[in-house]
Design a protein around this ligand. Structure first.
Ligand SMILES: Cc1ncc(COP(=O)(O)O)c(C=O)c1O
Length: 451
């Protein structure tokens, strides 16, 4: 998604001309070297250093990162404990393909994960990213059940590799020109309270979604042909959509009843983002398989398929594999990440400061009719902008303006939702109240200017 031209930062920030020319040089090199599909996102902020909540720009300015690098740095950028652990591991061994060689950090991480995961998930396949974890989950599910069908949800985002893209339905532009996708994938509606026909009665969206699922099972593909239901317990890219608890609990019940595996994609919701280690614990639902990634290693590439031993050991040897998955440095960073979340009480902080941020945003909603909805759990908070006076018409333009205005004032946030109309607020979990106050004040000024 391109919200701005590449000149954005130079124009929104009043930088010195010498610095502007440095920025122009960067843009020139980028345009020559990097595939636009890779490099032309928003805002292409030239950054020279990152620490904690802050990004330090080439323009000499400091920016508050309220999107935590897409939720990959829940303990903040370059946390000293994570850096020290990665450095120590790097001195010993940078890489060793798991299976060919064996190293302590992958085993130690696999021992630690069951302490924080829901429902006795105690065996792991490590890969390099969230999408790769999702690929592994669906390969595992099809392989062990011998069934082809996968149920996914509208609004879902599971990544960009072909299997994951086949499940993704958050924006049709993400699927453009890619067909044919993986066969036997069926999309059904997600329980989305704000966008349902009855926004004042969340139970209605649950029954609507479950009815649609039942129709697919009755009329299109029999439950006996379905390997798995894959769901984000809170939709991320799809718009920070929080379903009622009964929705996820009903999916659990339907899957159990029909021997279908329930896969939770917790790539974005994991590692404390919701104030619990995983959203499964918020909703009190135990999936059979989980995909995790992003914040697991605080920015070092790592993802994992998690399942119970009894299921994982039925995955036919050789049908899946990896070169870099379970890399020793990434695993060392992951161990340090878990230790940091524990040592610094970050789950608690995400809960408390998440509540605080949510309440400040709810106050702001009373002041600005452009804010249609504010929702969140922990530090996964979305603010949806609408065209005032309409029935929840998405306001993409207002979101763009607010994001630009905020960036110009030193606050980086990022949009999500079908029309990029939802502004996500997802800072690192160690954000302080003072930093939240500062962000709120910038957001207030940005909304006032953009309105
Ligand atoms: C829920 C979810 N699943 C999977 C992915 C893909 O992860 P990655 O970009 O690491 O491949 C993302 C990325 O945003 C995500 O939010």
């Amino acid at each position: 998604m391109t919200l701005l031209t590449s000149k954005t930062v130079a124009t929104v920030k009043k930088t010195e001309s010498s610095k502007r020319s440095t920025f122009a040089e960067l843009v020139k090199r980028r345009e020559k070297l990097l595939a636009p599909i890779f490099s032309q996102d928003w805002p292409n902020l030239p950054v020279v250093r990152a620490e904690g909540l802050y990004l330090y720009g080439l323009d000499g300015e400091r920016y508050m990162d309220f999107m935590a690098a897409f939720g990959a740095v829940n303990v903040g950028h370059n946390h000293p404990r994570v850096i020290a652990a990665a450095r120590e591991q790097m001195e010993k061994q940078v890489h060793g393909a798991v299976g060919v060689t064996l190293h302590e950090s992958v085993l130690r991480l696999a021992e630690m994960l069951p302490e924080i995961l829901p429902g006795a998930l105690d065996m792991f396949f490590f890969g390099n990213s969230g999408a790769e974890a999702v690929e592994g989950c669906i390969k595992l599910a099809r392989n062990v059940t011998g069934r082809p069908g996968i149920i996914a949800f509208t609004g879902a985002f599971h990544g960009r590799t072909y299997g994951a893209a086949s499940l993704t339905a958050s924006k049709s532009s993400y699927r453009l020109g890619l067909e044919p996708f993986l066969p036997s994938v069926y999309h059904v509606p997600y329980a989305d309270p704000y966008h349902s026909a009855h926004p004042d009665d969340p139970s209605q969206c649950v029954s609507e979604a479950l009815r649609a699922l039942q129709t697919v099972l009755d009329r299109i593909i029999a439950p006996s042909q379905i390997a798995a239901v894959i769901v984000e317990p809170i939709q991320g890219e799809g718009g920070y959509v929080i379903p009622p608890k009964e929705f996820l609990q009903s999916l659990r019940e339907i899957c159990t009843r029909n021997d279908i595996l329930l896969i939770f994609d917790e790539v974005q919701t994991g590692f404390g983002r919701t104030g619990e280690w995983f959203a499964a614990q918020v909703f009190d639902v135990r999936p059979d398989i989980m995909a995790i990634g992003k914040a697991i290693a605080s920015g070092f590439p790592l993802g994992a398929v998690c399942a119970k031993q009894e299921l994982m050991s039925r995955w036919t040897p050789t049908v899946h594999g990896t070169t870099f998955g379970g890399n020793p440095v990434s695993c060392a960073a992951a161990i340090a990440t878990i230790e940091t979340i524990r040592a610094e009480g970050l789950l608690d902080n995400a809960k408390k400061n998440g509540e605080y941020l949510l309440s400040r945003l709810r106050d702001m909603k009373k002041k600005y009719p452009v804010i249609g909805d504010v929702r969140g759990i922990g530090l996964m908070i979305g603010m949806e902008l609408i065209v005032p006076g309409t029935d929840r018409e998405p306001n993409t333009n207002a979101a763009k303006k607010v994001l630009n205005e905020a960036l110009a004032r030193g606050l980086l946030m990022y949009p999500c939702g079908m029309r990029s109309q939802v502004i996500r607020l997802a800072p690192s979990l160690n954000v302080t109240r003072e930093q939240i106050d500062q962000a709120i004040s910038i957001l207030d000024q940005s909304l006032a200017t953009a309105s």
